[in-house]
Design a protein around this ligand. Structure first.
Ligand SMILES: [Zn+2]
Length: 284
């Protein structure tokens, strides 16, 4: 099933091969030895040697852990096959997710449903926003009667309290509903830039996620992945809101492509720091 699923578009093999040839030709015409050299020149990484160095460094740090983890998964599958009265043949790519889940359960007796009880949505959102406020020296104010695309959507003004200056706007469209996209995304509805009259155009970000909606009788609870998602998307949203640039075309995500996910992933890791994650948790 795995092989069939990943072989759905057999034409892609030919198209990728053709893409590689065309890319190499573009790079050569522009005076570069490889497409990697051409593509990296205007990225933070700058050149293929830096990327290789980064990957080698990563392998040194996590290679041993990864192979130890792999050995545990293989042992687990062998044990599982024995219990099922089947012969162990090999460990396949499609075994990875199944046995990783089993290993986590065996090692930590982790029930993700119980973990959710520590992360009520309203508490997480409020705490996450206040962490961003403290970190960036900003203040958010919920707008009273915003003009929004759905009654669930909330609008926040983001202020610089020292300068008493409106910095930007943040829409939160948090709850899943019929015909809404799944997953999490941040939309940059308006870039920040300096207008002709020297005034700053305030940027507008919108976070759209599909979290469960609280009811009058029960709280909505978030998984740890959803907690990380909100930090990730707030990282994108505040990257846009805090942008100070003369040109709208250089705002927020219009930076070197290998920097785009930096603020979001930095904040995603930040929420896992014990000092921060304890403030996110509360007993329901
Ligand atoms: Zn992202």
């Amino acid at each position: 099933m795995y092989i069939a699923y990943h072989s759905r578009y057999t034409d892609n093999v030919r198209l990728v091969q053709e893409t590689l040839v065309l890319r190499a030709r573009v790079a050569n015409i522009c005076g570069y030895n490889t497409f990697a050299e051409f593509a990296l020149e205007h990225q933070m990484a700058k050149n293929p040697a830096n990327v290789q160095h980064f990957l080698d460094n990563l392998e040194t740090k996590i290679g041993l852990l990864a192979s130890e983890n792999r050995k545990k998964l293989v042992q687990l599958k062998k044990k599982d096959m024995k219990n099922l009265g089947k012969e162990y043949v090999d460990f396949y790519t499609w075994d990875e997710a199944y046995y990783s889940h089993m290993l986590t359960k065996e090692m930590f007796d982790l029930n993700t449903e119980h973990v959710k009880e520590y992360f009520p949505l309203k508490h997480v959102i409020q705490t996450a926003i206040s962490i961003f406020e403290n970190l960036l020296g900003l203040q958010t104010k919920r707008a009273g009667s915003p003009n929004v695309w759905h009654p669930d959507v909330e609008l926040y003004e983001v202020w610089d309290p020292i300068e008493n200056l409106l910095v930007g706007h943040l829409y939160l469209d948090l709850y899943s509903r019929k015909n809404k996209c799944t997953g999490g995304t941040t939309f940059y509805l308006r870039p920040g830039f300096v207008q002709i009259d020297k005034l700053r155009e305030c940027p507008v970000s919108a976070i759209v996620v599909d979290f469960p909606k609280p009811s009058n009788t029960s709280q909505a609870l978030l998984s740890l992945t959803q907690v990380k998602t909100i930090f990730h998307e707030l990282g994108h949203a505040f990257h846009n809101i805090c942008t100070k640039t003369k040109w709208g075309g250089l705002c927020s995500s219009n930076v070197e492509h290998d920097f785009v996910e930096m603020p979001s992933q930095l904040m995603e890791n930040w929420c896992l720091q014990p000092s921060q994650s304890t403030t996110l948790q509360t007993e329901i």
